[in-house]
Ligand binder design. Structure first.
Ligand code: CIR
Length: 251
């Protein structure tokens, strides 16, 4: 069974970090309802939810993806690029230690899990405002002995690598060609250019969990034969969060 690690929306969500979006009011109740529906969708797709402790005074703590990188062999605790997010990491350690040996990335390296995309034995790492070269070097040291190749990718105009590209069930990727060099990837489905945030989808088994806000891109995926499930993630999108950000999947 796949484990999905999640954390509740904190009451302070309206004070989240923002990099590319202008601040808009975020309704805590709506965000919590949508997050609960996201968890239910993961359960319907066969995941068992493991909730981390709620951190009401950490505005971005619902975005658990950023605090750890999990591969088959180990879980790597991150050192997030935003100083306000560093206290989120320690409270994920106990839950992750149930499933994997723990390693960590420390200063001066900074990295958010949202910048890490695994496809087979390749670990693509976004060089973004949150993730630096020292983190890529440390990840290489940790993962090369397990047979992974760590490859940097420059990211433009969005928060994380996975704002620009995510994995589809068959090894292809869904990508925004304006934000990354898509020639790195063997098979690419491009998003509809009118939906610049559409590249973040969450593959669970053979299903692609998509945000309802991107109907044109979702239709493109459906026409290519992918099985889709759609959730409304509009409230956390105002915090620059998307679908991969709210869980860590452990096979
Ligand atoms: C942040 O700026 O850190 C949060 N407001 C959004 C984090 C989204 N996380 C993700 O894409 N992995």
């Amino acid at each position: 069974m796949t484990i999905a690690i999640t954390r509740a929306v904190p009451e302070s969500i309206a004070h989240c970090e923002l990099t590319h979006l202008a601040r808009q009011p975020i309704d805590y109740a709506v965000a919590s309802r949508q997050h609960a529906a996201y968890e239910r969708a993961l359960e319907a797709l066969g995941c068992a939810i493991v909730r981390l402790p709620t951190l009401n005074d950490r505005p971005d703590s619902v975005f658990v993806e950023d605090v750890a990188i999990v591969v088959d062999e180990l879980a790597i605790l991150t050192h997030p690029g935003a100083t306000t997010r560093r206290e989120e990491v320690s409270s994920a350690k106990a839950a992750l230690a149930r499933f994997r040996p723990i390693a960590s990335i420390e200063a001066p390296a900074t990295i958010d899990g949202g910048d890490v995309l695994r496809i087979g034995r390749t670990i693509w790492v976004g060089l973004s405002s949150r993730t630096n070269r020292q983190a890529i070097d440390r990840l290489t040291t940790l993962l090369a002995p397990h047979g992974y190749e760590v490859r940097p990718v420059a990211v433009h105009g969005c928060l994380h690598l996975k704002s620009a590209v995510t994995a589809l069930p068959d090894g292809a990727v869904l990508a925004n060609p304006l934000a990354i060099d898509v020639s790195f990837f063997a098979e690419v489905v491009e998003i509809d250019s009118r939906e610049p945030s559409a590249a973040n989808v969450l593959t669970v088994g053979t299903t692609v969990l998509c945000a309802a806000a991107h109907p044109r891109t979702n239709e493109r995926l459906a026409q290519r034969g992918y099985t889709l499930r759609t959730v409304d993630a509009s409230e956390l999108a105002k915090a620059e969060g998307a679908l991969t950000c709210c869980s860590i999947l452990i096979e």
